[in-house]
Design a binder for this molecule. Structure first.
Ligand SMILES: Nc1nc2c(c(=O)[nH]1)N[C@H]1C(S)=C(S)[C@@H](COP(=O)(O)OP(=O)(O)OC[C@H]3O[C@@H](n4cnc5c(N)ncnc54)[C@H](O)[C@@H]3O)O[C@H]1N2
Ligand code: MOO
Length: 414
């Protein structure tokens, strides 16, 4: 059910985070189209289909050690050949024979084990083992990593160095990935000066647009800088409509709340758009809204920078990841121990900049909150290692109580 203009005026119940994430996902009709991209440009892109390996990995039986390939398990062998990695021809050994073999070299026919060179004595063309070896020792078998035809990269994942390595090993030179999602980033507010612009009375520098562009600056995205919109409904509507025609998604900050100059929802409605969610039980980040405008996904983050960050991580991210073709991946806060106490219960799930302060006697990370909850404050984030997570409805918290911790790498991929 869509959000109506009147819902934003009254003080409606807050949506749970889970409900907001569900709404954020379903407002996106589906991922953007896909395209074929060469291996060297795949890092950071999102796979649109699974990839199977055409060859087994490894492709042939080979030695895992520098040593001797043995045709029997006896202690004494005659060395008949030498095999290095890349050897094209291999001899056939008979019992009693061995081949000098280097790591990665193909196993000769008839060989049943490899002994490391440190475990043998060599005199001329004869080797003597210091101890028995087991059949199969130090041989890497064809297909023991993956068999031919097996899936090596699933669909709907962000490709990183691990995927690039296995695709390269399998001889795959290109893959189908989602095209880059065009995301427009807009700040709103008459008080905002551009980075570097001298401040006149009452003005502050725009921090959100550079922050959001930095978070969203990924190989799977193409960022469009939409600048700053004034607190003027018609101008905001024009800017949004122009952006909707050029972008798959628009991420704004500010103008989401109930103040006289908070014109985002009105501009979206006047432009023929819809909002599917508004006001979430998030602290900070409550006034987040999301919907669609002329086919573009619209995410309206709150103006306070930390609130914008939290609302992006918890709500906006879900919609943008679906658009980019990623499978849903819930954030999972790590178990941690409170290094602070506070009164409960809160009606909203709280996210606070937090620093790690060692490990308690149970082995849990001890987390200290920084910044006393100011959603406009940025300095605590600089000193933090991640975000403390305190679920809505939690009773008083005492030192040592279990809480959640989201490291920044997992939260915002900052
Ligand atoms: N009567 C109420 N007032 C407010 C409520 C409420 O429920 N009732 N919610 C508060 C909460 S919580 C938040 S968060 C803010 C969100 O407000 P908006 O999204 O409408 O944002 P603005 O009013 O435009 O700005 C809020 C604050 O953030 C500064 N700001 C805005 N954009 C930027 C930017 N790009 N870079 C840096 N700072 C920015 C702006 O100057 C304001 O100080 O509303 C509360 N009010
Ligand atoms: O949600 Mo506001 O974001 O508490 O500061």
């Amino acid at each position: 059910m869509s959000v109506l203009a009147r819902d934003l005026c009254a003080d409606p119940a807050l949506l749970s985070i889970a409900a907001a994430q569900e709404q954020a996902a379903v407002l996106v009709a589906g991922p953007v189209e896909d395209e074929l991209v060469p291996l060297r440009e795949l890092a950071g892109r999102v796979s649109s289909e699974s990839v199977a390996t055409p060859t087994p990995l490894p492709p042939f039986d080979h030695s895992a050690m520098d040593g001797y390939a043995l045709a029997g398990l006896g202690r004494s062998h005659v060395v008949r050949a030498r095999l290095a990695a890349g050897a094209e021809e291999t001899p056939t050994l008979v019992p009693g024979e061995a081949a000098r073999i280097l790591t990665g070299a193909p196993m000769p026919a008839g060989a049943i084990a490899v002994v490391m060179q440190e475990r043998v004595r060599r005199e001329g063309d004869r080797i003597t083992l210091e101890a028995d070896v087991e059949a199969g020792a130090n041989i890497r078998r064809r297909g023991e990593d993956v068999a031919a035809g097996e899936v090596i990269v699933p669909a709907a994942v962000r490709l990183d160095a691990r995927h690039i390595a296995i695709l390269a090993a399998a001889g795959v030179t290109q893959a189908r990935v989602r095209r880059r999602v065009r995301i427009g980033v807009l700040s709103t507010g008459d008080e905002l000066a551009r980075p570097g612009e001298p401040l006149t009375p009452g003005r502050i520098h725009d921090a959100n647009r550079p922050m959001l562009m930095a978070i969203l600056n990924r190989p799977s995205h193409e960022i469009v800088d939409l600048g700053v919109a004034p607190d003027e409904p018609a101008a905001l509507r024009r800017l949004l409509l122009d952006a909707a025609a050029r972008c798959d998604a628009i991420v704004t900050s500010g103008a989401t709340s109930v103040g006289d100059e908070d014109h985002l929802a009105a501009a979206v409605f006047a432009g023929g758009g819809r909002l599917e969610l508004a006001r979430v039980a998030l602290k900070p980040g409550k006034p987040v809204v999301a919907g669609t405008l002329r086919g573009a996904v619209l995410i309206g983050l709150p103006g306070n920078p930390f609130a914008a960050l939290v609302a992006h991580v918890l709500v906006g991210r879900v919609a943008l990841e679906r658009l980019a073709g990623l499978a849903p991946k819930p954030l999972r806060p790590l178990p941690a121990s409170a290094g602070f106490s506070q009164k409960g219960p809160g009606g909203r799930t709280e996210f606070a900049p937090a620093a790690l302060r060692g490990v308690d006697e149970r082995g849990l990370m001890v987390v200290e909150k920084l910044g006393r909850g100011g959603s406009a404050r940025l300095a605590p984030l600089i000193a933090a290692d991640g975000l403390a997570v305190i679920p809505a409805g939690r009773a008083d918290i005492r030192i040592g109580d279990p809480i959640g911790f989201l490291p920044f790498e997992a939260a915002a991929e900052l």
